[in-house]
Each structure stands twice: as C-alpha cells, then as structure tokens.
Design a binder for this molecule. Structure first.
Ligand SMILES: Cc1cn([C@@H]2O[C@H](COP(=O)(O)OP(=O)(O)OP(=O)(O)O)[C@@H](O)[C@H]2O)c(=O)[nH]c1=O
Length: 631
C-alpha cells in the first residue's frame, strides 16, 4: 500500500488529535491512523481583522488549538505527546469569515449568505512535533492550509429553514455539513472534498512526506524539489526513497516498540534500504552495521487479523445498548455506564476505550459520548439505524462465520453446525421462532431503509404505475418508492409469517396508503399483477435453478414493456474488486445456497426469460441496481 510509508511514520508515535470534531476523527481513523483525542480548550477568538487573509486566521487558530493541548498534556498529565494535530475550518464569502453558528437565526444568516453563490472553505492545519528537554516543552510547528470552492444552488427559504430545523448546521462552519444533508444544497465542489468536511487529508499526507522524506542531494538533482521539498504526490514514496533520508530523529531509533513489535521507525530507518527486495522485507542495520532482515509492519494484514476484535467490540457495545444510553444521557463515565447496563467497571472501561479508539465514541474529560455517525447508525432509534443488522451479525452471522472453514471445505451452508439443526428451507430456519424472525426482520429492515434511496433513484421509474416488491419484507423500499414516485402503488409480497409482523416497521406520513401487503410464497403462489417487479436482495439467496423458477413465474405475468428491478451487490466480471461484495458472497455461502453474481451473470439469467435492455447502475454503496424490460 503506497500510503503506508507516509502514515506509517506516525505508527510508533504518541499522536494526539487536538479536536473535538467527530468528522476529523473519522477521516483520520478511516485511514488507519492511531491517535488519542484531546479536544482543545483554545477559544476561537483571535481578532480576524488582524490577519491579512482568512486562511492565516484558520492556520493560526489551528496552531493555537494544537499548542494549547501540547502544553496542557505536558504540564498537567506529565505526558508529552510526540505529535499534536490541530485544525480549524472556516467558510469565507464576500470577504467575511463564517464559523459555527451560535443559534438557528445565525445559521439562517450564514446559509442565506451562501445561497446561490460560490464560497471558499479553508482548513488550517498545524502539525506540532513535541519533545521535552529539562522538563521544558519544545515544539516544532509545521502548518499549512487548503482551500476548496463550493457552490450552493438557489435555495428556497422553506428549504433553508427545513435544513436548519434538522439540527445539522449547528456544529459546522458556515452552518452546513456537506457530508450529510448539506450535500443536497451543493451544486459543485472544486478541490478536496474532505477539506470541506474538516480535514485536508491529501495535503496532510504530502506534508508528512515533506517532513519525513526530505529530498536527498540525489533527489534534488533528479526531481523538481527546491530547497524545501514540495511534494506533489506521496504515491511514489517507498522505503527505497528514504535511502539517504537525513531526518535525524530516526537515528538510533529503537527497533522494537514497547509492545515488542517491529516499529516503523526501525523499518524506515535504513541507510541501505536501496537493497529492498520485497514489499514486506527491508534490511536493517544492527549495531555492528551488519544488515539483517525485519518484517515491515504489515498494517493491512494486522488490521485484518484484528478485524474480528473490532467487530465483536461493536457487537457487544450494541447488545449492551451502550450507544442508546449515551445518546440519552452522555457524556457518561465508565462507572456510570457500567451501573446503567449492569456490567463490570473494568470491563466496561476497556470496551468503551476500544470503541473510542475505533472512532465510535468520543472520549473527553467529561466521559464518553457518541459521535454523530454513532447516533445516526448505531442507536436503536437512529435515523438510519443499523442496530438490527449489528445484532443479527452478532447472533446469527457470527456463529455461521465461525464455521467458514467447514463451509469452504464442503461448499455448503453451515446452519446445522452453527445452530445445531438440519437446514430445511432458508426462510423456515429464520422464522422458526418469533425472536429469530423479529431479529431477522429488523436486520433486513435496517439495510433496506438505509439503501432504499439509492435503489429507488438508480433509474427513473416514473413511467411505472404499479410495482410488486417480491420478498419486500417490512416495506422499507416500497415506502421510499412511493415518496419519490407519488403516482406509484407498491404491493409488498412476502411470506405470511413476515406480513403478519410488518406493522411495527410502518412509517407514518404521506403516501403510506400507496403501499399494501400481500402474503404468499413467490415460488408457489400466484404473483400480484404489476408493471414493475422488484427483487431486492432476493436473487443472491438462491442457486441458479431456483432463480430460473422465479424468473419464469415473473416472466409469465409480466406484459411487454413491463420490467424487473433487481437490487444486489453486483460483482465485476472478473470477481476481483470490491471486497465487501466478495465477502458478502462468502456470507451467502455460510447460510444459503446462493451467491453474489456479476452484472453479466445477472444479465444472462434475465435474458433467458425474455428480459432485455438490461441496464446496470453501480451505486458503489451497499446495493447496485439493474433494470430490464420484457420484450
Ligand atoms: C463546511 C463544513 C464543516 N464541517 C465541520 O465544521 C466544524 C468546523 O469547526 P472547527 O472550529 O474547525 O472545529 P470544531 O468542530 O469546533 O472542533 P475543534 O477542532 O475541537 O475546534 C468541523 O467540525 C468540521 O468537521 C462539517 O462537518 N462539514 C462541512 O461541510
């Protein structure tokens, strides 16, 4: 992985992010950086008029935020961090600097200024290298800024207020969050998107590259670096390039970190690394100057090796409803959460710390609290709650996956091993007990609700007047469809055991009467009449033979001009990209007779039943969409 050499430089350091922004934490966590979060107490009150340009204000604020944390940690906690990162995002329009709105009226004032216009978003970043000499803190500051231009559409007053009432603007510079609902206000973005969200990751990596891979004489001659290296890309950096690195902090660096693992310091600190022969091994010099080999920290592999620990930490926190408690009452200390959920204090503290390390929680001096995404996706009443799917993953998929080895050896599903009974029919297994059925339905509902908009808007379906969602479960997709296409009526067709339990999942509001539920077995019973048949996450449950049975039934009732909409994770033809989809196919192996398929495979299945004009829309999220027409 080409990025590893740059971010790997921080692996063995105590890195602190001096920011309470959940977005910054998420951006850096997503690229595998490990850091502590210590929000800065620096008040953003620098005199704006004293800066010649707005970005100077952002850079100085970022610097002050980071320095405040570095000083506080050094003095109060007697723990000098190695690197402190601070950032500050501002929006500028008509030479005015907009920060976070103080109330709704202020948000309205900001959004009205941005309405219909282009503005700039600047994020200033400070990277502070700290050391302690005679108990005095010494700092080396590197700072930079990034500008991104964003244009808002012409927005109605009504829309602005609706957006303000969503609550989203309040903790965001300029009063909007481009990464969420605010994205709908934006016509275009010129520049780094993540810079708008709060952290210019690309520029940050380039800065690290400049710091940790300064140009050698050799480089200066052959590359376009000036005396200060301007790194246009960090892609080509390899350990080979650090061959003549003169970054003195590496000299004499310990080869093993405190955990006994080979640290990146040791790995990158080779004057002879030009003799690198494989991606994973680089030579190190021992004390006698003799080359020896050491394994480079294979971060991707380590991450995969530990992946189950992270999953299980998420599952357990969800099962214990920790995110629900924190949503209602956070921030809370470990002892209070342990008390609420009836667990040990020491165990709970470790779980909470792990969740904070994984970016699911924020940890401050007041205690633990949820991040925005945790509130949205992991609480049981979150807007796009995945709680049901997380519990299903823990209770159902986890035992199945522990039998993956047998599934691979035997090529069959493992329900009998995981749950101690012979598999009859896939859905009979799910529905044998009320508890398992409800859990399964909640899981399917959470994914369907989350993906419904992507599926419903993948194609223009406005020409269809009636649709039948075969295996449509709780009707989550059906409800989204009728919101988007007010002239559409949707029948949700599913097994009687499912239809009997859908009431809990029904939304209130407009157009709900356009969704009706009919019970039946799509392999055996007559299908309701419709212009469009929808099969969302259905075909992947079945082998080709069963799919032929189902498609021939649909084909028999489908009139020319009517269509099928499939929603599945579509694999590329060579089945080598998109690990989520490939892992989903393993998921199908352990529990069904089905699998994930490529676009051409779906096309071939559909064409055999008279469906042509097959269009595939890759959405790149959890579900892609395929539309075809009966000729
Ligand atoms: C334009 C925009 C901004 N933001 C957030 O706005 C805050 C800026 O405020 P800040 O003062 O730079 O940071 P903070 O949140 O107060 O944290 P801290 O670093 O502790 O000062 C940061 O959160 C950013 O993500 C978004 O999430 N999305 C957007 O589209």
């Amino acid at each position: 992985m080409v990025l590893n050499p740059v971010l790997g430089k921080l692996v063995s350091k105590r890195v602190v992010l001096a920011s309470a922004s959940p977005r910054r934490q998420e951006i850096l966590t997503n690229v595998g950086l490990r850091f502590e979060v210590v929000p800065s107490w620096f008040k953003e009150t620098l005199e704006k008029s004293s800066f010649a340009a707005p970005y100077e204000y952002a850079v100085e604020t970022a610097k002050q935020k980071a320095l405040e944390v570095a000083n506080r940690m050094h003095v109060k906690h007697l723990r000098t961090p190695d690197v402190v990162i601070g950032a500050d995002t501002i929006v500028t329009v008509d030479e005015q600097i907009l920060e976070k709105p103080v109330d709704k009226q202020d948000a309205y004032r900001m959004l009205s200024r941005l309405n219909g216009k282009e503005h700039s978003v600047f994020t200033g970043v400070a990277i502070i290298h700290c050391s302690s000499k005679d108990n005095q803190l010494e700092t080396e500051v590197t700072d930079f800024y990034e500008e991104t231009k964003v244009k808002f559409s012409d927005l109605s007053e009504e829309l602005l207020w609706e957006y303000i009432h969503s609550g989203e603007p309040m903790d965001k510079a300029g009063g909007y969050g481009i990464q969420a609902l605010g994205g709908m206000l934006v016509e275009y973005v010129h520049g780094d998107f993540l810079n708008v969200v709060g952290f210019p990751l690309n520029h940050f990596c380039k800065k690290l590259a400049e710091l940790y891979y300064p140009p050698s004489k050799h480089n200066v001659q052959h590359k376009k670096y000036d005396s200060i290296p301007s790194v246009d890309t960090f892609e080509n950096l390899s350990d080979g390039e650090s061959e003549s690195s003169n970054f003195t902090e590496h000299k004499g660096a310990s080869k093993l970190d405190s955990s006994g693992m080979c640290s990146s310091e040791a790995i990158y600190n080779s004057e002879n690394s030009s003799s690198v022969t494989t991606a994973l091994m680089v030579p190190l010099e021992n004390q006698n100057g003799v080359s020896e080999s050491a394994a480079k920290l294979p971060s991707k592999i380590l991450e995969l090796m530990d992946g189950f620990r992270a999953s299980k930490a998420l599952f357990v926190a969800s099962k214990l409803k920790i995110f629900d408690h924190l949503k209602d009452k956070g921030p809370l200390k470990a002892v209070d959460i342990a008390d609420e959920v009836g667990t040990s204090v020491c165990g709970t503290e470790r779980l909470l710390d792990a969740c904070a390390g994984l970016g699911l929680l924020e940890k401050t001096t007041q205690g633990y609290s949820n991040t925005d995404s945790t509130n949205t996706y992991l609480t049981s009443d979150g807007e796009y709650s995945l709680h049901g799917y997380v519990i299903h993953s823990n209770d159902h998929l986890w035992p199945l996956f522990t039998n993956l080895e047998s599934a691979v050896k035997e090529g069959t599903r493992q329900n009998h091993r995981a749950f101690g009974k012979k598999a009859e029919d896939l859905f009979k297994d799910y529905y044998h007990s009320q508890e398992v059925k409800q859990r399964f339905m909640a899981a399917m509902h959470s994914i369907a609700h989350l993906t419904a908009r992507d599926v419903a808007t993948a194609f223009d379906l406005s020409r269809f007047r009636s649709a039948c969602d075969l295996g449509g479960c709780t009707g989550a997709l059906a409800h989204e469809l009728v919101q988007i296409y007010p002239n559409l009526k949707v029948t949700v067709f599913d097994l009687p055991e499912v239809i009997a339990n859908t009431s809990y999942f029904q939304p209130s509001g407009q157009h709900t009467a356009q969704v009706t539920f009919v019970s039946g077995d799509f392999f055996k019973d007559n299908l309701p009449e419709a212009d469009l048949y929808i099969l969302s996450r259905v075909l992947h449950d079945w082998p080709d033979e069963k799919i032929h049975v189902l498609l021939s039934k649909v084909s028999a009732v489908c009139k020319p001009g009517c269509g099928i909409l499939l929603a599945e994770m579509v694999l590329d033809d060579e089945k080598k990209n998109r690990s989520t989809a490939l892992l989903q196919s393993l998921n199908m192996l352990v529990q069904t007779e089905g699998k994930e398929r490529s676009g051409s495979e779906y096309q071939a299945l559909l064409e055999q039943h008279g469906f042509t004009n097959v269009k595939i829309r890759m959405r790149g999220n959890l579900l892609d969409a395929i539309l075809c027409v009966k000729t």
